[in-house]
Every structure is written in structure tokens, then in C-alpha cells.
Design a protein around this ligand. Structure first.
Ligand SMILES: Nc1nc2c(ncn2[C@@H]2O[C@H](COP(=O)(O)OP(=O)(O)OP(=O)(O)O)[C@@H](O)[C@H]2O)c(=O)[nH]1
Ligand SMILES: [Mg+2]
Length: 355
């Protein structure tokens, strides 16, 4: 899973990433795109490790891109922003980091800290970047649509759709309001519109704002919002577990940043996790909610999908409650599921297959 952390200059993107990865943040003002793999914290894996004592434990990972800060205050900034937007068109989701913390030594965007305004501006600029794509595409299609080629019918349909998109965006309506069916979706998929991707917002708050409600206005409606005190949490990430727990309790924090962050990524993308266990390896596998046992098997290996027989399944909660696999079996709580079974979060699965 690939996510991009985007936001205005000095909103704290690199500090947020440091808080969730425990690694050094990229220097402020850096123009490089930094990629970092973040391990998905999972209490279930910790417990299963104790039970199976595996040679290896594999956490799910999230690939986070830390983008340079952007600014729309002048033409130079806009051009750079457009370039960075193009670099992130293929990620699965955006994490928009907005600044709510006051810090006199870090100059504020547009001379004042205002997360609702910043979010609004970013979302508008993303829509404008998409409009630019639409316009370029319309120009191109207008030139080619009258040529009798194999793709002419498709181009006609796309042109009609792109014109509708232009109308919608110009009247400040989202692209999604125009898309009526999967056929239309397929037509525009190659363009990778920014505003069709799921987003989540991290509000980077100051230590004095922990527990305070931050109003993001209309721009924050229907979006998963995670308040995070990035500078504090990046320091916490450096501590050992005992000190961290104590420090967090003192600060009124219930969960580390990494957990909140990843959980929100999962829910924004509609992901759940199933588990595989054994003496060799205990592992978490992220999948989309609604995935069938057959497709889940394919995530592990195409052979397992091809030769799928059954999915021996038990719930993590049952295993934890009853203590070991034998007890789960004795209680009649293991199941043999077929190809069409819908995987549930926390299913522990042993795929039986034959190739
Ligand atoms: N007080 C306070 N300062 C913060 C917080 N988060 C970040 N900062 C400071 O703000 C400055 C910018 O933080 P960065 O994490 O580099 O921000 P960024 O968005 O990556 O910056 P660019 O990549 O240059 O856009 C640094 O000096 C941080 O120490 C916070 O939660 N509270
Ligand atoms: Mg940075």
C-alpha cells in the first residue's frame, strides 16, 4: 500500500512521518521525495509470536512518500506544486498534513496558522490540477476524435465525459458527481485524477492542543481526521516501551501516533487484515474488505489460488480466548471455508491447496 504525505510548506509532514516510523525526519525545506516503509503495528501478531515462537514475524507495511512542502503563494510555487502532484498520481491515498501548532520559530503559511483555510486551499488546488488534466485531454481528443480509427467510438464517449467533467469542476463540483457507472470510470482511470483518491487529514497540533477539537469547516466533512502532535510523538517514538507508556499517560495520550495513523489509513482505504501462523512464520496480510477466500489466497501466492481447496479458518479472538489451536478445534470453532467465503478481519487462515 502506497500513501503520499502532502501538505503546505512546514506543516510538519516529515515530523509526522518520523513520529510513525521512529526514524529521523527529512530536513525542513528538502526538495527530495523520501520514501519510507512503515511497519503496521498489530497487537495480534505480538500475541501470536508468543504462542508459535516463529522463526520470522512479518508485519504488513505501508509505503509512505514524504513530499516536499508546497505553496500556492506565487507562480513559482504553483509550478513546483503541479510537478509534485504529478509525481504522486499513482499512490493509493493521500494523507494531507495541515498545521494547527503555533511555533514562532517556524513561519506560518500566509502569515497565520489556520488549518481549515489550508485544507480548503489544498483541496481546491488539487481540483484545479485535475481541471488542467481535463483541459489537456479535451484538446487532444478534439484533434483525434474525427479520425476514423479503431478507438473512435471510445474517444467520442470520453470527450463527452471530459466536457461534463470540465463543467462540473468549473462550477466547483467534484469529479465523482459526474461519474455514473464503471464504464465511465474505466474511461478516465488512466488519468489518475487526484481528487478521486481517498484522503485522510492529519492535523498537526501543538502540545497545548491535545484533546481539543479542531474545526476544519466544510472541507473536513466526510474525511477521516487524525489529530497528532507530531513533534512530541516523534520524540516519544524514540523512547523504550516503559518510558513511552509513562510519558504518554502524563501527556493525556492513549495511543501512539503510529497506531492512530495506520488505523485511519486502513479505514480510509477499507482494508482489513487476515493472518497466517506457523512455526516458520506468523504474518499479517492486508486485504480489502469484502475479499473472497480465493482472492485472499492469491495474495499469498498464485499457486495457492490456482490449486485452492479449502480455507481452514479460525477467528483470532477465539484463539486468544481459548489459548491454542487444539482448544479452538475442541470447541468446534474452526471452519472449513470455500472459495466464495468473505474474509473477516482477524481470520487466521490455513489455505489447503493442490497444484
Ligand atoms: N511546536 C511544534 N513544532 C512542530 C511540530 N511539528 C513540526 N514542527 C516544527 O515545524 C518545522 C517543520 O516541520 P517539518 O516536519 O520539517 O515540516 P514539513 O512539512 O516536512 O516541512 P517541508 O518539507 O519543508 O514542507 C520543524 O522545525 C518542526 O520541528 C509540532 O507539532 N509542534
Ligand atoms: Mg518535509
Amino acid at each position: 500500500m502506497k500513501v503520499a504525505l502532502i501538505g503546505l510548506m512546514q506543516s510538519g509532514k516529515s515530523t509526522v512521518l518520523s513520529a510513525i516510523s521512529g526514524k529521523e525526519p527529512a530536513a525542513m525545506g528538502s526538495m527530495d521525495i523520501r520514501e519510507q516503509m512503515v511497519s503496521v503495528p498489530d497487537d495480534r501478531l505480538d500475541w501470536l509470536m508468543g504462542l508459535y515462537q516463529p522463526k520470522k514475524t512479518v508485519h504488513a507495511t505501508v509505503d509512505c512518500m514524504d513530499m516536499p512542502g508546497i505553496s500556492f503563494m506565487d507562480e513559482h510555487g504553483r509550478t513546483a506544486a503541479r510537478k509534485f502532484f504529478n509525481e504522486v498520481r499513482t499512490v493509493e491515498m493521500f494523507v494531507i498534513v495541515v498545521r494547527a501548532f503555533e511555533n514562532p520559530s517556524v513561519p506560518a503559511y500566509r502569515n497565520g496558522v489556520n488549518p481549515a483555510r489550508d485544507l480548503e486551499e489544498l483541496k481546491t488546488e488539487m481540483l484545479l490540477a485535475d481541471l488542467e488534466l481535463v483541459m489537456t485531454r479535451i484538446e487532444r481528443l478534439k484533434k483525434s476524435v474525427n479520425k476514423p480509427t479503431k478507438t473512435q467510438a471510445r474517444e467520442k464517449a470520453e470527450l463527452e465525459l471530459q466536457l461534463k467533467l470540465q463543467d462540473a469542476i468549473e462550477s466547483e463540483k467534484p469529479i465523482s458527481s459526474v461519474i455514473e457507472n464503471s464504464l465511465q470510470m474505466d474511461l478516465i482511470k488512466p488519468l489518475n485524477f487526484l481528487t478521486l483518491k481517498p484522503i485522510m487529514v492529519v492535523v498537526n497540533i501543538g502540545e497545548d492542543q491535545i484533546g481539543e477539537a479542531i474545526d476544519l469547516g466544510d472541507s473536513g466533512a466526510d474525511i477521516e481526521v487524525v489529530p497528532l502532535c507530531a513533534s512530541l510523538e516523534s520524540e516519544l517514538a524514540q523512547l523504550d516501551e516503559v518510558d513511552r507508556a509513562e510519558f504518554m499517560a502524563d501527556m493525556g495520550l492513549t495511543e501512539p501516533a503510529s497506531k492512530k495513523f495506520i488505523q485511519s489509513c486502513y479505514s480510509t482505504l477499507g482494508l482489513i487484515g487476515f493472518l497466517t501462523v506457523g512455526k516458520d512464520e506468523v504474518r499479517a496480510w492486508p486485504i480489502e474488505k469484502g475479499t473472497s477466500a480465493l482472492d485472499a489466497a492469491g495474495k499469498i501466492h498464485s499457486d495457492i489460488k490456482r490449486g485452492f481447496i479449502r480455507a481452514e479458518t479460525m477467528a483470532y479472538a477465539d484463539l486468544k480466548e481459548l489459548g491454542d489451536e487444539k482448544a479452538v478445534k475442541a470447541a468446534g470453532k474452526t471452519r472449513l471455508e470455500g472459495k466464495t467465503y468473505t474474509i473477516q478481519d482477524g481470520d487466521i487462515i490455513n489455505f489447503r491447496f493442490n497444484v
